[in-house]
Design a protein around this ligand. Structure first.
Ligand code: AMP
Ligand code: GLY
Length: 421
C-alpha cells in the first residue's frame, strides 16, 4: 500500500522514519515534507489545506491511506473530506478536533462532565470581559478560543494587560476566532500524556516532557518546544489512573453522548498539583518535539498500530517499548519565536549518524543537494541511551559539528531529570 503523511516538521520526519521501518508499506509520500523526509520518502510540495488538490494527488499516486501530523487540517475537516472520498485516514474528524480547535468547546465538556481544569469564563465581547475579569485573581490567563499556532495564550500579571490582550483577540488578531477564554492561573508542574484512541478503546502512547520556553532556566516566551525527553517520570501508575478516570474517559464519553467518536493520537496537556491532574489543553495530534523522543523508543510496528486503530481493534494490542531513554534538542533559527532569517545553508560534513544518535529535520529545504534553513525550529538532534546526562553530552557534541551560523539551542534540556536518571 502507498501511504501519505501530512506535515513538514520534526514530528513528521520521525513518523516517516518509523513508517519506513514497516515492511508492509510500498511507497511513502510526505506532503510537503522537509529535507529529512526527502531522504526516505517522496515529498509532494502541495498545499494540503487545498483538499481537492490533495485528493487529486492522492489518486494520481495511488495513495490509499493518509496520516495527518499537524492540527490545522484536522480542525478544518480533512478527515471528513478524505473519508467521504474513500481514503483511509488516521486522525480525528472535524467534530472531535474541536477538542484542540476551540478552547470554549473543550471547557464546556469539562464543565458538563466534571473534568478537573482551571476555572474559566468564555467572553464573546468587551462587556463579557468587564463583567468577568474581577472574578479572577492575578495573574490571569487570557486565551484565544481558536487555533493560534502556540501564540494564543498569555499569562497576565495585571488587569490592564489582560484587557489589552483580550482586545486584540476581539479585534481578530487570530483569524480562527474572536472569543476570549479567561482562566484561573494554575501553579504546578506541567506534564503531557499521550494516547492512541479508536472507537472502542484507547492505548497509552508513551510519556514525554517538553521544554516550552525559549531560554534556559525556563525563561523567555513560549515556543513550540525547544527539546524533550522520554520517558517522563512525573507520570507514575497512580497518576496515570487518575488521568484516565477523571479526564480521558469522561471526555470520550462526552463525544459518544453526541453520537461522535475520537480516532487518532490524543495529547493530554496537564498541570499536576499535589499529585492531582488538571486538564490544561487537548491536542488532537502528537506533540512536536515529543513525537521525536517517543517514536524512537517504540518497538511495535507503527503501521500495525495504525491499522489496528482504523479497525477499532486497539484493545488487542500491547505496545512494546525499548528500555533506552531518549532525548532531543531542537536547533532553532536565531530570533525564534520572533522574527528570524531563512535560507542559510547548513552543512553536515563531519556528522556521522547511527542508530542511537540521529537527526530529524524540521524547517529545512533541499535544493540541488544542499540543505537550507526554512523555519524557526530547524533540526532535532536525537539520541538514545541509558542515562540522560550521557545522552545530552552526545547530542551537544554533535550540534557543535553542524556548520550553520544562524542557529541556537538550549543546553539544559532535561534539567529536571538529568542528575536523577
Ligand atoms: P495551552 O495552549 O492552553 O496549552 O497553553 C500554553 C501554555 O500556557 C501551557 O503549556 C502552560 O504553560 C500555560 N498555561 C495555559 N493555561 C494555563 C493555566 N490555566 N495556568 C497556568 N498556566 C497555563
Ligand atoms: N510541544 C508542544 C506541542 O506540540 O504542542
Amino acid at each position: 500500500m502507498n501511504i501519505a503523511l501530512i506535515g513538514s516538521g520534526g514530528r513528521e520526519n520521525a513518523l516517516c522514519k518509523k513508517l519506513k521501518d514497516s515492511k508492509n508499506i510500498n511507497r511513502i509520500f510526505c506532503i510537503p515534507g522537509n529535507a529529512g523526509t526527502a531522504k526516505i520518502a517522496t515529498n509532494l510540495d502541495i498545499n494540503f489545506l487545498d483538499f481537492k488538490l490533495l485528493l487529486k494527488n492522492l489518486k494520481d499516486y495511488e495513495i490509499e491511506m493518509v496520516i495527518v501530523g499537524p492540527e490545522e487540517p484536522l480542525v478544518k475537516g480533512i478527515v471528513n473530506f478524505l473519508e467521504k472520498n474513500r481514503i483511509k485516514v488516521f486522525g480525528p474528524n472535524k467534530y472531535a478536533s474541536q477538542l484542540e480547535g476551540s478552547k470554549a468547546f473543550m471547557k464546556s465538556i469539562c464543565k458538563k462532565y466534571n473534568i478537573p481544569t482551571a476555572n474559566f469564563k468564555v467572553c464573546n465581547n468587551k462587556k463579557d470581559f468587564n463583567n468577568s475579569i474581577n472574578k479572577f485573581k492575578l495573574p490571569v490567563v487570557v486565551k484565544a478560543d481558536g487555533l493560534a499556532a502556540g501564540k494564543g495564550v498569555v499569562i497576565c500579571k495585571t488587569k490592564k494587560r489582560a484587557f489589552e490582550i483580550s482586545k486584540q483577540i476581539f479585534q481578530g488578531k487570530f483569524k480562527s476566532s474572536k472569543k476570549v477564554v479567561l482562566e484561573e492561573f494554575l501553579k504546578g508542574e506541567e506534564a503531557s500524556y499521550f494516547l492512541i484512541v479508536d472507537k472502542k478503546s484507547f492505548i497509552n502512547f508513551g510519556t514525554a516532557q517538553d521544554h516550552k520556553r525559549v531560554y534556559e532556566k525556563e525563561k523567555g516566551p513560549n515556543t513550540g518546544g525547544m527539546g524533550a525527553y522520554s520517558p517522563a517520570p512525573i507520570i507514575d501508575k497512580k497518576l496515570e489512573k487518575k488521568i484516565i478516570t477523571r479526564i480521558v474517559k469522561p471526555t470520550l464519553q462526552a463525544l459518544k453522548d453526541k453520537k461522535q467518536f475520537y480516532r487518532g493520537f490524543l495529547y493530554v496537556g496537564l498541570m499536576i498539583i499535589n499529585k492531582n491532574p488538571y486538564l490544561i489543553e487537548y491536542n488532537v495530534r502528537m506533540g512536536d518535539p515529543e513525537c521525536q523522543v517517543i517514536l524512537p523508543r517504540l518497538k511495535t510496528d507503527f503501521f500495525k498500530i495504525i491499522n489496528y486503530c482504523l479497525k477499532n481493534q486497539l484493545k488487542k494490542l500491547k505496545l512494546i517499548w525499548e528500555k533506552n531513554k531518549c532525548m532531543t534538542i531542537v536547533l532553532c533559527s536565531k530570533g525564534y519565536p520572533g522574527n528570524y532569517k531563512k535560507g542559510g545553508i547548513i552543512k553536515f560534513h563531519r556528522i556521522k549518524e547511527n542508530k542511537n544518535l540521529f537527526i530529524f529535520h524540521a524547517g529545512t529545504k533541499l535544493n540541488n543537494e544542499n540543505i537550507y534553513s526554512a523555519g524557526g525550529r530547524v533540526l532535532n538532534i536525537v539520541s538514545k541511551g541509558q542515562n540522560f546526562k550521557q545522552i545530552r553530552k552526545k547530542i551537544i557534541k554533535l550540534i557543535k559539528k553542524i556548520n550553520w551560523k544562524d542557529g541556537f539551542y538550549r543546553k539544559d534540556i532535561g534539567w529536571r531529570v538529568i542528575d536523577k536518571l
